[in-house]
Design a protein around this ligand. Structure first.
Ligand code: FPP
Length: 250
């Protein structure tokens, strides 16, 4: 008889000394989850918050230093106005409800993306959550909001160009991969070691394009609202079995 490995067994297979230092997640499949249940799409997004909670807590308990979740892309504005409005509402609800829990788990909250173009009430709640969790020293939870990998690169180039503009003879040789990455939204984080995507799609969807250059990618058919700490453990175990060569011979 085939028995299912328990979550505790999976946990015990994880080498806590070789954890990914940064996990990035493309949370996909909320709409399909809802459609399968003949529910409105927003019910899928609401259920997705449950998965966000599980994964955040599991990463905090494991001791993963950084977790970045793709919550709203620059392309998501193309969705029906009502869905966008409801998503923004859900985000505000999450932030308000979660501050206590984030602090209890020593989690520092942050946001990346074109934040200044989000509705003012959302920006207010983001600022408040960032401030109220700023002294936490554990997991760094970052939500990518109004985020696009290409717009991040454009923003970085604009910042760099405006800096060089004031100089008579800018030293272009001084622009290196390392120096350029300091203009990215993720300037104070390591690049993701592990990129997780749910609902089976084999796409990057404009997420952290620069930063995932050498990330290990783990894709599951599970729809985001069904993602639990179990799948997170499986992804980490799989990651630890892989040999990373960064283009070299190992
Ligand atoms: C993709 O599912 C998911 C999103 C566009 C948004 C992710 C949002 C949440 C998980 C809920 C809110 C999050 C927070 C942090 C408060 P989809 O709608 O593209 O699914 P589909 O591809 O099946 O249609």
């Amino acid at each position: 008889m085939k028995t299912r490995t328990s979550n505790a067994d999976l946990h015990s297979q994880i080498d806590l000394k070789r954890l990914p230092q940064h996990i990035a997640v493309i949370m996909d499949g909320n709409g399909r989850w809802a459609r399968k249940r003949h529910l409105p799409r927003i019910a899928g997004h609401r259920a997705g918050i449950g998965a966000v909670r599980q994964v955040v807590e599991a990463c905090a308990r494991l001791g993963v230093p950084c977790l970045t979740l793709y919550a709203f892309s620059v392309e998501n504005w193309k969705r029906p106005h009502t869905e966008v409005k409801l998503l923004m509402g859900l985000l505000r609800e999450y932030l308000k409800k979660e501050i206590k829990e984030l602090n209890r788990n020593n989690i520092r909250f942050g946001a990346i993306g074109r934040i200044a173009s989000l509705p003012e009430p959302v920006q207010h709640d983001l600022r408040e959550t960032i401030e109220k969790t700023s002294s936490s020293t554990g997991l760094r939870l970052t939500l990518a909001l109004n985020y696009g990998g290409r717009s991040e690169l454009i923003d970085a180039v604009r910042d760099l160009a405006s800096e060089l503009n004031g100089k008579d003879a800018p030293d272009l040789e001084a622009i290196t991969e390392q120096s350029f990455s300091r203009y990215l939204y993720t300037r104070d984080m390591p690049d993701p070691d592990l990129l997780i995507r749910t609902s089976g799609e084999m796409r990057l969807s404009n997420f952290l394009l620069w930063q995932v250059a050498y990330s290990e990618i783990w894709v599951t058919d599970i729809l985001w609202p069904d993602f639990t700490e179990r799948e997170l453990f499986q992804a980490v175990i799989d990651f630890q079995r892989r040999e990373r060569r960064y283009g070299g011979l190992g």
